[in-house]
Design a binder for this molecule. Sequence first.
Ligand SMILES: Cc1cc2nc3c(=O)[nH]c(=O)nc-3n(C[C@H](O)[C@H](O)[C@H](O)COP(=O)(O)OP(=O)(O)OC[C@H]3O[C@@H](n4cnc5c(N)ncnc54)[C@H](O)[C@@H]3O)c2cc1C
Ligand SMILES: NC(=O)c1ccc[n+]([C@@H]2O[C@H](COP(=O)([O-])OP(=O)(O)OC[C@H]3O[C@@H](n4cnc5c(N)ncnc54)[C@H](O)[C@@H]3O)[C@@H](O)[C@H]2O)c1
Length: 466
Amino acid sequence: MDISSGWDLVIIGSGPAGEAAAMQAAKGGLRVAMIESQNRVGGNCTHWGTIPSKALRHQVRQVIRSQRNPLLRGLINPRQVQWQDLIRRSGEVIDSQVQVRTDFYIRNRVRLFSGLGYIQGPGEVRVDDPVGRQWLLRTRNILIATGSRPYHPADVDFDHPRIYDSDTILNMAHTPRNIIVYGAGVIGCEYGCMFTGLGMRVDLVNNRQHLLDFLDTEISDALSYHLRDEGATIRHSEEYSRIIADDDGVTLELRSGKRLRADALLWCNGRSGNTQDLGIENLGLEANSRGQLSVDERYCTAAENVYAVGDVVGWPSLASASYDQGRFCAEGIVTGGPVKQVENVPTGIYTIPGISSVGQTEQELTESKVPYEVGQAFFKNLARAQITGERVGMLKILFHRETLAVLGIHCFGYQAMEIVHVGQAVMRQPAPNNTLHYFVDTTFNYPTMAEAYRVAAINGVNRVRR
Ligand SMILES: Cc1cc2nc3c(=O)[nH]c(=O)nc-3n(C[C@H](O)[C@H](O)[C@H](O)COP(=O)(O)OP(=O)(O)OC[C@H]3O[C@@H](n4cnc5c(N)ncnc54)[C@H](O)[C@@H]3O)c2cc1C
Ligand SMILES: NC(=O)c1ccc[n+]([C@@H]2O[C@H](COP(=O)([O-])OP(=O)(O)OC[C@H]3O[C@@H](n4cnc5c(N)ncnc54)[C@H](O)[C@@H]3O)[C@@H](O)[C@H]2O)c1
């Protein structure tokens, strides 16, 4: 075994959390090593999660848009589009991402170790590489950024070629005509929309009473309506009792007594933190039942100089937040000063159409008895939406009736994930700069989707004047 000493920080996992921490620490003058078990950097985010799913969605949206365009409609039949052709394009995006990210490590002189990281004890991490070599890295600090993987209950046969999770769906070699999506969380809703966009018959099975119940109810209802309109059947408050797969398809038996049959099943019901086989017990650490670690406000675990960031610490489990957690944690290690917290994280859900929100929902404001009002803009009335043919959607601004401070932004429709940032920037201003008047008094480009802010703000101001 080769011994490599003198490291300031050894990071396990090169997803957004680990990468951001590595770059921040290296720029702060620390000697940093990164251990990654996959043969390329980027994490599950780049290879199995965010990047491939968003690249796929983009392809599906192109197909959907072609059907709306009279000039292109006859050229593409969504039902003839092959899943593997769409996946190929995602592969190109992944390659570009890996290239850019590998370069970050080279430029910032972060040493990459390819292999499985295992914590042997305080300040000692072993790397087992794929060809049987071993290194022992001695370090002042360890950062666990090992991410998460799809949760697999023991009674579902994930080795069967017709049962997929969000990783293996990227290798699906056939294009089903109908599919069961089990789990209507973010992943289930995003994939459900892609499948309906390709003309598949989709059964979306939800364990809860509403779709994405953390969203503003009006937005969640709009998504349900739209998914049904596109041909999905949504079944709420259902749990599986058995999943039986054969050569031709999958039968899902529900506890309610229903039986659903389809060509394939996509399981997307939760994720587990990657803490197994990592040696955390050698530090006296224990993960919770979902494989996640607890950390304090410095992202430090219960073991001294051992930190954790990203999906492995649970909420919010987003690439967006993971980058910031990694950066802030590394900054804290470098300076020893106070550590910034990741707060007010926007949601960006890439359903078709997309959903994005930041701040409080109507339900939350009502519960806490805040006197609020609503300003709305419907996309069907905006010039930009009419030009692009993307008429479905709305922007909703929630604001305080008396101070006019913006309390929440909720958007459903074309460009929702971009549009939300305009409102977020205003909302983050301290009083009195956080005000609805900003949108009334500021000239925006025209015709744009951002114009929705002016329309919604004027609508809101008119309501409080009534
Ligand atoms: C289908 C899907 C779509 C998503 N879409 C979005 C989205 O649109 N927007 C968004 O913000 N988030 C999205 N997410 C969530 C996002 O991908 C995660 O929050 C993010 O990847 C977490 O980053 P991370 O750095 O914690 O870990 P990961 O990206 O999970 O990377 C962890 C890395 O650690 C490595 N590793 C694990 N154990 C070891 C070990 N012992 N030794 C060495 N290496 C190890 C793994 O190989 C992996 O490369 C999506 C997730 C999924 C599954
Ligand atoms: N656009 C985006 O931001 C985006 C897109 C896709 C995925 N994601 C991330 O991916 C994850 C979504 O996962 P999902 O849609 O599969 O489900 P989910 O997190 O919504 O969970 C679905 C159900 O599974 C249960 N569950 C979750 N983890 C479990 C575990 N380890 N053991 C047992 N039960 C568990 C939950 O209680 C819930 O009832 C979230 O962390 C989300 O942040 C984000």
